[in-house]
Write a protein that binds this ligand. Structure first.
Ligand code: G6P
Length: 607
């Protein structure tokens, strides 16, 4: 994820900005840049790749100036090159941004029609363009900023600098974090306390909807209407930590909210946004493969189980899938005309690695869907498909799960294209659905939280919970149950909805809430019939569906969570959000150690 830092100082800032960026490297990035104001002029250095490239640029052509902003970019819109690197300049306005401006293409079209010319492919540039336009129209910087904030939608942390005001930086946020740091005669702003830790340990975390103006004397915080708000200052221990929770209570909460951004970043590596096609560079020739074996553990296994539905449906490729601890000992007959896919956040899980080595010995082509690109599983594979989720700290996997799903969806479309089982028009439609996902995720995260919090308070009083789903909602039912039990310690089971009557129905009574995951898709009617069986036995239903589904079912529920109507291919990623939030808030009410639940480990390197 992008990293931001800014200084209004009394000494030259360029070197210090780069030092702060180094502390944000953990977030992942593919280009970087720094801008300062010196003697009335705005100037910048930017470079593709690692920070030493930027340092080299700065060594060749130093930047003077006691005020500046800097950025590490993690590409979402536009390839990671120097032109797309931040800060973006338009007519004396400099902007750095973390997140996604969702209505950027609408604003861009409007500005283009107005005669503006764009230099980059980024969504960020519309922010600089709007600010330049509003100041040209006569607004002061502060009013231009507030007007721009009312115009853009999406997830953003922004820091802005105006050439004709070398004493002030402005910031704003809605989603990604931003913190203000207090120094002696100097002020700082950055993505987290870690970035600011070389300068100060006295910080204020801003909250969503805040806009801040900082100068050498201090910070003024206001809402988007310009009304003053107060936020507490705190002393941080950030220097001691590798990553920071920001304003969130737990890493898990932070990672849930990062999903729109990380998915967008992951998709930018697997989708050509201009042609609307998938771009997957792989050593595996899917057209020559007879079948696919998938193996993984825990949540990664459930991502794989969802992938099975997609590979079979879109690429007509038969998939064998098993948890790695079983797969490795099954003595499954394999042959070199098959390929194998291993899914692992850490890339180090012992059983998954052993399954990989078994398949390799049988002569199969090996693909790895991993978060840690340097991991053993990645190194031992023929093709590596990074999920690009950034570091995941919470033991219970959230953003890695949805990024694994996004990558598997893209891979299955690529396989379908190679195997001639989907048409160009179908590919375009599927890719369009994937591209809409980050925007829908932001909407869902913002809208369902209060309802899920109150539902979770109720759920925390129960001892058992059942999850049901059909099609790709079935692996999600398993994931919902896994998430809930691992962090809240409430016993939970996931079942294929059609299996209800083959056993679990015996458990249904008023003490067993049943969470039914049912978008209004081709399975909806069948799942509703299963829901009826629950209702008839006094079971309490929590219904996770969409607008059509909510209108179609008349059954009484304990809660109905209504999500937007979405294309079938993205429903697992969208429906994962309420599933994760139910587990998270229930665990918070139970008072458990959410990020490090008892007995569990993030990376399981033993059998
Ligand atoms: C552990 C973690 C899970 C994870 C599983 C597989 O059990 O607690 O969150 O899904 O391992 O880990 P991997 O790194 O291979 O995805």
């Amino acid at each position: 994820m992008c990293g931001i830092v800014g200084i209004v100082g009394t000494q030259p800032v360029a070197g210090r900005l780069v030092d702060a960026l180094k502390r944000l490297e953990y977030r992942g990035y593919d280009s970087a840049g720094v801008a300062t104001i010196h003697e009335g002029a705005l100037d910048r250095r930017r470079a593709e790749g690692k920070l030493f490239n930027l340092e080299r640029r700065l060594a060749d052509e130093p930047l003077a100036g006691n005020i500046g902003i800097a950025h590490t970019r993690w590409a979402t819109h536009g390839v990671p090159n120097e032109t797309n690197a931040h800060p973006h300049f338009v007519d004396g306005v400099a902007v750095v941004h973390n997140g996604i401006i969702e209505n950027f293409s609408e604003i861009r079209d409007e500005l283009l029609a107005d005669g503006a010319s764009f230099k980059s492919q980024t969504d960020t540039e519309v922010v600089a363009q709007l600010l330049a336009k509003y100041t040209r129209e006569g607004l002061g910087h502060r009013d231009a900023m507030l007007k721009m904030l009312r115009r853009v939608t999406g997830a953003y942390a922004l820091v802005v600098m105006f050439k004709d005001d070398p004493d002030t930086l402005m910031g704003a946020l809605s989603g990604p974090p931003l913190a203000v740091g207090y120094g002696k005669g100097e002020m700082f702003i950055g993505s987290d306390a870690i970035a600011l830790s070389p300068f100060t340990n006295e910080i204020t975390y801003l909250v969503d909807g805040d806009c801040v103006v900082i100068n050498r004397k201090g910070a003024e915080i206001m809402d988007h209407n310009g009304n003053r708000v107060e936020r507490p200052r705190q002393i941080t221990q950030a220097a001691a930590f590798l990553v920071d929770k920001g304003n969130h209570r737990h890493f898990m909460e932070k990672e849930i909210h990062e999903q729109p951004e990380v998915i967008s970043h992951a998709l930018s590596h697997y989708i050509d946004f201009t042609s609307g096609t998938v771009k997957v560079d792989t050593a595996i020739d899917f057209s020559a493969v007879r079948s696919l074996a998938i193996s993984a553990c825990g949540t990664a296994y459930l991502a794989g189980l969802t992938g099975k539905y997609w590979f079979e449906r879109y690429a007509r490729l038969p998939v064998e899938i098993d948890v790695a601890s079983e797969f490795r000992y099954r003595e499954m007959p394999l042959s070199p005309d098959q390929a194998a896919l291993f899914i692992s956040q850490s890339g180090e899980t012992a059983d998954t690695l052993a399954s990989l080595r078994y398949c390799k010995a049988e002569g199969l082509k090996i693909g790895a869907v991993v978060n840690v690109k340097e991991s053993t599983i990645a190194r031992e594979s023929d093709a590596v498909f990074p999920i690009l989720a950034g570091p995941e700290i919470g033991v219970a996997s959230t953003k890695a799960f949805t990024c694994q799903l996004a990558v598997l969806a893209a891979l299955s479309i690529a396989a379908g294209r190679e195997r001639g089982t989907i048409s160009a028009a179908e590919e375009t439609a599927l890719v369009k659905a994937l591209m809409e996902m980050p925007r829908i995720m932001t909407r869902v995260l913002n809208s369902i939280q209060p309802q899920i919090e109150s539902l979770s308070r109720d759920l925390s009083r129960y001892k058992d919970v059942l999850y049901l789903g059909r099609g790709t909602s079935y692996p999600l039912a398993l994931e919902g149950a896994l998430k809930l039990k691992e962090i809240s310690y409430i016993h939970a089971e996931g079942y294929a909805a059609g299996e209800l009557k083959h056993g679990p129905i015996a458990l249904i009574d008023e003490n067993m809430p049943v969470i039914v995951i049912a978008p209004h898709d081709r399975f909806f009617e069948k799942t509703v019939s299963n829901m009826q069986e629950v209702a008839a036995r006094g079971g309490k239903i929590i219904f996770i569906t969409d607008e059509k589904g909510a209108a179609a079912s008349k059954l009484p529920t304990m809660a109905t969570i209504v999500l937007p109507m979405v294309e079938e291919i993205i429903s697992p990623m969208i429906y994962a959000l309420p599933i994760q939030m139910i587990a998270y808030y229930t665990a918070v009410f139970m008072g458990t150690d959410v990020d490090q639940p008892r007995n569990l480990a993030k990376s399981v390197t033993v059998e």
